[in-house]
Design a protein around this ligand. Sequence first.
Ligand code: GP9
Ligand code: MN
Length: 428
Amino acid sequence: KASDLDSVLAYVKNHQVSKNVSYYGKAKGKNVFIIHLESFQQFLIDYKWDGQEVTPNLNKIYHENNTLSFDNFFNQVGQGKTADAEMMLENSLFGLPEGSAMSTDGTSNTFQAAPAILDQQGYTTAAAHGDVPSFWNRDNTYKSWGYDYFFSKQYFPKVKDGEVGYGMKDKLFLKDAASYVEQLPQPFYAKLITVTNHYPYTLDKKNQTISKTDTGDKTVDGYVQTAHYLDQSIGEFMAWLQKSGLDKSSMVVFYGDHYGISDNHKKAMAKLTGIKDFNDYNNAMYQRVPFMIHMDGLQGGINHTYGGEIDFLPTLLHLLGVDTANNVMFGTDLLSAQHDQTVAFRNGDWVTPTITKVGSSYYSTGSGKELKNLSRSQKQVIDTATNKVTTELSLSDRVLNGDLLRFYTPSGFKKVDKTKYNYNLKKA
Ligand code: GP9
Ligand code: MN
């Protein structure tokens, strides 16, 4: 019921942060490319295997002067994996404790998502994915989020050996998707979801241009190979961007959606990382994923602020000069001096710059030393973080489970009319 929203609105109002004047509106009116790097963990950046950089193109972007890169940015997904990442990135709402919110609530709920917000700013919006449109209920959810276009499998030409795993190979996909996006009225907001770097990391011989790792764990050892292939596809995309001239008028944002190597593979991770006794603390630290914002004229550098996927949208909208004060969002602008650096995991564990909680254990963030006899001030950090994390997760769940946004429309926001959209390719 509508009154359930009161505590949500009060929480959001109480957690407003100031803007960062040196970044606010810096990307106003730019086209936006959101590049989804499937299963891509931060440790791949600058990682070397067999005497080679695994991801030379992304490494270059990561270190460039006009890229703002975050090195303490965590994925916060639960069982919904990609779908949870999409939910957080486009709504600043958490996925649900079980299942995928895109599947359970994507069709029926009211949302105030990135595409609908940007529609108000004159943007054309599109998502692209080289898989069937029904996967994760994208076809229905994207209507609720206000996407003008959704280019899925049916939009792309069938070619021999064009697919592996969950869909089109990244090189073919990005090339074709880019050619669609290029035709959209500007400014556009386009999300391109790659998929080749997905478990179990298989790739045809022809595209294997770096050797597999040698941990002996079959489903882990192909990871560098598909990541290397994904990286090459990014290299080709960036070359296209420059050739098209769109590099001058666009901001390109990269993110990794979640881990590639799950905590069932600690032995293999120990071999890949050189951390002998790869434990729960290390596993938490390796939930870092890339978040990089690349744009001509952007003041870049490597930013060490702790945050996660829930913070993506307010950060992005502020760069675009879009105010978020009236929106129901659980993240805050990573560039704000007041951003709270407590990072929630979906199971209630958390990371702060000083202390990390995994299950019933606490560790010193950085050294990984387990904290046993807690000092008063440590107890205080723990209480504050635990309280914040439980509150924000449960309030976010309340929004999704109760479809509470149907009772609230931010001022100036135009409600999404789901019936307006049809993503089926019309046969000529
Ligand atoms: C499928 C793809 C994979 O369409 O997005 O989803 P995941 O298994 O990573 O959640
Ligand atoms: Mn995924």
